[in-house]
Design a protein around this ligand. Structure first.
Ligand code: ZN
Length: 373
């Protein structure tokens, strides 16, 4: 069947939602990732403004090649790699169908990166964890590594042992599971890049449906890698009152008890505590979303929320807070405005409709919003 998306037309064998149906056999095309691909194209446009030298793009898991085709239409010099012969043939056909002069190669991407890298931009979009490809990507990319992870249960601590194994960190299952997963993922990627004296700094990240996506700009200086490591640390979480605190550094000092309610706390980390996006870059990416994209509206909304998010390591679920306090949940905008009126930074967060970020603690939020109840 033929699928049109973002001004290109590609042949795909079957459409399937990997998150719910699994990867299955054969070439895989996931229509629910259109938003991911639309944002990717806008990132590639914005990144070229940021670094005009960026020109080569490797689609590390090409499948139908749609991502590579779309990057090629943006003027990138595209290589589509896949370990499945049928996928390579299909990607080659789809490049030609859209008059994109890229190449499709039947190679293991780790071997390809070592033999033929570096590439300027490498896009790692596997089914499941990206970690088996992280070393070769960071060792053989000049500018930008784009990463998707769909193994949200290991990332957020719901499948604890798998998360520990794959990401060499301690994830904790909390009500901000999507953000926990993203920060576990970025932490593992930052530590992997640091092995090559390279800083990987997330300039855009989002969690949408059942995947996390992050775009890491590389700086190949050991001092920059040190600075990135300095943004790793721990989150201490109280299940009873929802209080949480964080500390940077690679040695954890968990409080003996929650400073707010005295219960025990759980500690996650090392996780990435820094910003998951560069606000200016998020705005630049938003400006490059065009109306020919199928998910243009959702992409603009996502990027606007991301750009405005308060930089804090975790978000709160307003409904969960209000339930905890035994009060009816007011409107989100009123809630956020009350926090701002009380002098705290506060914003919605892109993770879901009742997610918010603030510099206020749980008890400070309760006091600042009391007039709403
Ligand atoms: Zn507590």
């Amino acid at each position: 069947m033929l699928v049109s998306e973002g001004g290109v037309e590609v042949a795909v064998p079957e459409a399937r939602d990997g998150a719910s149906d699994g990867s299955g056999d054969g070439v895989f095309f996931n229509p629910t990732q259109e938003l991911n691909r639309d944002v990717t194209v806008a990132v590639l446009r914005a990144y070229r403004d940021r670094d005009p030298r960026a020109s080569s793009y490797l689609d590390a898991m090409a499948a139908s090649g749609i991502r590579g085709v779309r990057a090629g239409r943006e003027g990138y010099d595209v290589t589509c790699a896949d370990v499945d012969r049928d996928a390579v043939a299909l990607a080659r056909e789809n490049l030609a169908r859209n008059d994109v002069a890229g190449e499709a190669v039947h190679r293991d991407v780790n071997a390809l990166l070592h033999d033929e890298g570096p590439f300027d931009v490498v896009d790692v979009d596997p089914f499941g964890t990206p970690m088996p490809f992280a070393d070769s990507a960071f060792a053989n990319t000049r500018d930008l590594v784009c990463v998707t992870a769909t193994d949200t249960a290991p990332l957020c601590g719901a499948h604890f042992n798998s998360g520990v194994r794959k990401y060499a960190t301690v994830p904790q299952n909390t009500e901000y599971h999507a953000e926990m997963g993203l920060r576990v993922l970025v932490s593992a990627l930052v530590r992997t890049a640091a092995r090559y004296d390279t800083a990987a700094v997330p300039i855009l990240s989002h969690v949408t449906r059942h995947y996390a996506r992050t775009y890491l700009e590389l700086d190949h200086r050991a001092t920059s890698a040190d600075a990135a490591i300095d943004e790793l640390g721990y989150v201490h979480h109280c299940d009873d009152c929802l209080h949480r605190s964080s500390e940077t550094g690679l040695v954890a000092h968990p409080p003996e008890a929650c400073p707010h309610c005295g219960s025990s706390v759980r500690t996650a980390g090392p996780v990435w505590l820094g910003s998951v996006r560069d606000a200016e870059f998020a705005c630049a990416v938003r400006a490059h979303v065009t109306d020919d994209m199928g998910e243009a509206k959702a992409a603009r909304s996502l990027l606007e929320t991301l750009a405005a998010e308060v930089t804090a390591p975790t978000h709160y679920d307003q409904h969960k807070l209000c339930k905890q306090w035994g009060v009816p949940a007011p409107g989100m905008d009123d809630f956020v405005a009350a926090l701002e009126d009380a002098g705290y930074e506060a914003s919605r967060a892109h993770y879901h409709g009742t997610a918010l970020k603030t510099t206020a603690s749980v008890s400070e939020m309760r006091a600042a919003t009391d007039d709403l109840f």
